[in-house]
Design a protein around this ligand. Structure first.
Ligand code: GLU
Length: 467
């Protein structure tokens, strides 16, 4: 049997970290077994769909390096890959279940359901259980409601059965049938509900394994009922644990203090492979605690048995560290081309080499680029204050001895060293006065390189008063 997995987002939002991680684990599992990974769009709740939701899902997966073998638009025996394109299939199969006695039409309107709910609450039953025998209306009225399509189709749950599965992440899980109410499979607008459509899709697409968020655990028994009713083989399920913030709380899309959409990270210029690597460690570990994996070695190493049962913490610092490590290992040419800077210019190359070891994301390159291309016209008062409090001798010697004719970073560096030796000072004592006087900042990458990048014109002007 070919391993086939899928990621099935609803296009109700952009690609979220949680969704990306679900997609990644499905992808890694499929690829580890030479299987297929499918992207399917669950757009049957079209009121909640947003413009560009589908586009964001696909584009950001591709950015991460997760390329689906099949996706909306693919012509195969398994498609279509958007639920909205197969409504009649769901309806036909639902009718089929009605005919076989597994499902039935239910004609209650909202008001009647409200009354049913209320009478249950009065009896102390707080989670609503649909009672198929509750609605007392005439056959004539039923007929009328049927004609006006004022009905839903509900699945008749066998209350005497238990629904169990061996979860790939959590082991054995069981639900009692008596805890599940007869649930809607086709809504009054003719659209299927998620729990019904998802089974048809997974069957049609021959999905063998499903990794998804733990919020779907309570949906699984309902889905198993549908597989049983059609006598279809049940895929294997694995429910992933939640992703938390630093306070141990589940990430909430409403929390604005943390960027949670993949495109936020993409737009800031995080390294995509670093993000891919980082995501994989959100709930998965390698047996020897190795952390750095490129795309292919992760596929090779991935073993679902090492998926974590405990929540995983989305640690931005760790992501930053990954991104920085990946960027520092890139070739300057690759960075120049990503920055759309010419690789013929010495200055450009020197700039990239100077900053790449300390850069987390591309916006940082841009910010630094600005610093040199549009140098400040005035020094900030705080910086002046610090500068005035420091020993001025290193600056005086530097201003006198700097060689503007042979503008060379190594020479500048040697001069700084010499000054240190002659004044018998080193470290901050030596560097900070020169740094402040030349770069007008109290921190930055290697000083001689920064001075070189600022250029002789700027430096000469800034050092005038020490000459
Ligand atoms: N559309 C569902 C979601 O976004 C998919 C659930 C599933 O994988 O079965 O959560």
């Amino acid at each position: 049997m070919k391993i086939r997995t899928r990621y099935a987002p609803s296009p109700t939002g952009f690609l979220h970290i949680g969704g990306a991680r679900t997609a990644l684990f499905n992808y890694l599992f499929a690829k580890h077994h030479n299987g297929d990974f499918i992207l399917r769009i669950e757009d049957s709740d079209n009121l909640r769909n947003i413009a560009n939701g589908e586009k964001s899902q696909i584009e950001n997966l591709l950015w991460l390096g997760i390329t689906p073998d099949e996706k909306p638009g693919s012509i195969t025996e398994f498609g279509p890959y958007r639920q909205s394109e197969k409504l009649t299939r769901y309806q036909k199969l639902a009718e089929n279940l009605v005919k076989k006695g597994f499902a039935y039409y239910a004609f209650d309107n909202q008001e009647e359901l409200g009354l049913q709910r209320k009478s249950q609450i009065e009896k102390g039953i707080f989670s609503f259980r649909y009672d198929a025998n509750w609605l007392k209306i005439s056959e004539e009225e039923k007929e009328k409601r049927y004609k006006n399509r004022r009905f839903v189709i509900r699945f008749k749950v066998n209350k005497n059965k238990n629904y169990c599965w061996n979860d790939l992440v959590r082991g054995n899980i069981c639900f009692e049938g008596s805890s599940i109410s007869d649930w809607v499979i086709i809504k009054s607008d003719g659209f299927p509900t998620y729990n019904f459509a998802v089974v048809i899709d997974d069957f049609d697409m021959k999905i063998s394994h499903i990794f998804r968020g733990e919020e779907h655990i309570s949906n699984t028994p309902k889905q198993i009922e549908i597989y049983n009713a059609f006598q279809w083989d049940i895929p294997k399920f694995g429910h992933l644990t939640i992703i938390t913030d630093k306070n141990g709380k589940k990430l909430s899309k409403r929390d604005k203090s943390l960027l949670q959409f993949v495109e936020d990270y993409k737009n800031q210029g995080y390294h995509s492979e670093a993000f891919f690597n980082f995501l994989a460690l959100l709930g998965w570990t390698s047996p020897d605690s190795q952390e750095f994996f490129d795309h292919d070695s992760l596929i090779k190493a991935f073993d679902y048995k090492r998926l974590s049962k405990a929540p995983s913490y989305f640690d931005v610092e760790k992501l930053n560290w990954f991104s920085k490590s990946y960027i520092s290992k890139m070739s300057p040419d690759e960075i120049l081309s990503n920055l759309k800077l010419s690789n013929d210019s010495n200055w450009n190359r020197f700039f990239v080499e100077t900053f790449q070891k300390s850069t987390i994301k591309y916006v940082d390159f841009y910010k630094n680029f600005e610093f040199f291309q549009n140098p400040k016209q005035e020094m900030e008062p705080q910086m002046i204050e610090i500068l005035e409090s420091l020993d001025q001798r290193p600056i005086e010697i530097f201003a006198k001895k700097i060689d503007y004719k042979n503008w060379d970073a190594k020479k500048i560096n040697n001069l700084i060293k010499e000054i240190g030796q002659s004044l018998q000072i080193k470290g901050k004592e030596l560097l900070l006065p020169i740094r402040l006087a030349t770069t007008w900042a109290n921190s930055g990458p290697e000083l001689a390189r920064t001075i070189w990048l600022l250029g002789k014109k700027v430096i000469e002007k800034r050092l005038l008063k020490w000459k």
